[in-house]
Write a protein that binds this ligand. Structure first.
Ligand SMILES: C[S@@+](CC[C@H](N)C(=O)[O-])C[C@H]1O[C@@H](n2cnc3c(N)ncnc32)[C@H](O)[C@@H]1O
Length: 211
């Protein structure tokens, strides 16, 4: 029961269980995020957006990686925005980090604004994956990159691995081919996927066409 209360709060953290979930995500996604970020060439001066920023730990990592650049985070959960701002307090105060409450479906940013966009363990929850990926492409600069990160990778040898969570949250574990096909359909190019041996981790890096 307690497990499910916690897990349900991965969708849109709120209240007591939401606070616990945020703490657990900041801790539990730390290594996964570091591994995935090692596949993205974030450069000094980059403007980077983290979609579905949760408790804000990825934003704090991005602040370190962008040097003189800027890190942004959006999440549609009010509690996540509050926690992300608190965790990144110093960088928020000096305007190096900007956290906003928003949905991935309607990003409150101008076209062509970001060098990179990251999205860690959030894709499963998006309401309209194709159009949400297109919305992210809108805010990426031409040649800008998107990094999608997953822990819930479908396992052919253990097809029921994620069944309980999938049913409880009405989501689906991803497949490598499914993610690649969706990114291609949304118009991304140079799509590369990476899997970490001995884990169920998957990340995909792709680009907005540079025309
Ligand atoms: C499992 S948590 C991951 C949080 C964070 N990225 C991390 O790795 O710790 C999923 C996050 O995505 C956010 N989210 C889900 N659907 C969203 C949407 N449509 N728009 C914006 N954020 C969303 C949730 O509020 C939650 O904070």
């Amino acid at each position: 029961m307690k497990f499910y209360k916690l897990v349900e709060n991965a969708v849109k953290p709120d209240g007591f269980w939401g606070r616990l979930m945020i703490r657990s995500m900041n801790k539990g996604h730390h290594e996964l995020t570091d591994w995935a970020l090692s596949h993205l060439d974030i450069a000094n001066g980059d403007f980077v957006l983290d979609v579905g920023c949760g408790g804000g730990r990825t934003v704090s990592k991005l602040c370190e990686l962008v040097g003189s650049g800027k890190a942004y985070g959006i999440d549609y959960s009010e509690l996540c925005v509050k926690n992300s701002k608190a965790l990144n307090n110093k960088n928020v105060l000096c305007n190096k980090a900007v956290i906003k409450q928003a949905s991935v479906s309607e990003l409150p940013f101008d076209d062509n604004m970001f060098d990179k966009v990251t999205a860690v363990e959030t894709y499963y929850f998006w309401p309209d994956k194709l159009n949400d990926l297109i919305e992210i492409k809108r805010v990426l600069k031409p040649g800008g990159k998107l990094l999608l990160v997953f822990e819930m990778l479908y396992d052919r040898d253990d097809p029921k691995k994620w069944e309980k969570v999938e049913k409880r949250l009405s989501i689906k574990a991803v497949t490598e081919n499914g993610v690649t096909a969706m990114l291609a359909k949304a118009g991304y190019v140079n799509i590369t996927t990476y899997k970490k041996e001995g884990t169920s981790w998957l990340c995909a890096v792709c680009e907005k066409e540079n025309v």
